[in-house]
Design a protein around this ligand. Structure first.
Ligand SMILES: C[S@@+](CC[C@H](N)C(=O)[O-])C[C@H]1O[C@@H](n2cnc3c(N)ncnc32)[C@H](O)[C@@H]1O
Length: 210
């Protein structure tokens, strides 16, 4: 997005809460690949979508430093719960500190490990799932999750335009691009769901289970 346009957008949407500003800054200071953090615009969209859906049970695959998890928690009803899975155990302390010092500590449950192994241990009945972990496994995550999502529930998948690489699959044969292309094709033809891709940031697919 053009820098000027982004500045205009950010000046006219809800401000980024202080706690998230600090988290974003710390992510840039202390972690590699800070761009993975959802950030102001996407964070406000995730919070808004969550307020619209009013989920009781939310699942996130790929916590990173906890930014998106805190946005979901902000939009969730008081008695709702969010489970978030992160494979990198070096992030555990950083995330746990931010979660416990947030106003949503009791709603947040962090699981350290591989999403594909942890998902089956967390039960069913999800109202909202955010797929944002390993791009190579998006289709596997989706197939594992969909039967566990309530009818009328939603799955959001991040990075589904993958920096525009989806337009040139021949030139980009890396495993992550292949994973995203496979996922997009799979979801596009799935009769069990409705779907739309929002061309936001790196692409956000919104999927509703019929
Ligand atoms: C794009 S970042 C997540 C960003 C975060 N959701 C946000 O919006 O602020 C992806 C994260 O997924 C994690 N990840 C990758 N493979 C995973 C797996 N198999 N299970 C759980 N987490 C995984 C990575 O370590 C990384 O922290």
């Amino acid at each position: 997005m053009q820098e000027e346009l982004e500045d205009y957008l950010l000046a006219h949407i809800d401000p980024e809460p202080e706690m998230l500003k600090r988290l974003n800054r710390d992510t840039h200071l202390f972690h590699l690949r800070p761009r993975m953090c959802s950030g102001h615009l996407q964070g406000r969209i995730l919070k808004m979508l969550t307020s619209m859906i009013r989920p009781r049970r939310v699942l996130e695959l790929g916590t990173f430093t906890g930014y998106s998890a805190l946005c979901f928690a902000e939009g969730m009803p008081d008695d709702a719960e969010l489970h978030t899975i992160e494979v990198d155990d070096e992030l555990e302390e950083f995330i746990a500190e931010r979660f416990s010092s947030s106003p949503y500590a009791t709603r947040l449950h962090l699981h350290i490990g591989d999403a594909l192994q942890i998902i089956p241990t967390l039960g069913d009945g999800w109202d909202l799932v955010f797929i944002d972990a390993n791009k190579r496994h998006y289709t596997e995550y989706y197939e594992m999750i969909l039967p566990r999502v309530n009818h009328g529930g939603f799955i959001l998948a991040d990075n589904t335009l993958w920096d525009g690489k989806v337009l040139d699959p021949e030139a980009n044969h890396d495993a992550q691009t292949r994973g995203i292309l496979d996922f997009n094709g799979h979801v596009a033809h799935d009769q069990r769901v409705e779907r739309v891709i929002l061309p936001l940031r790196d692409g956000l697919t919104v999927i509703r289970k019929k």
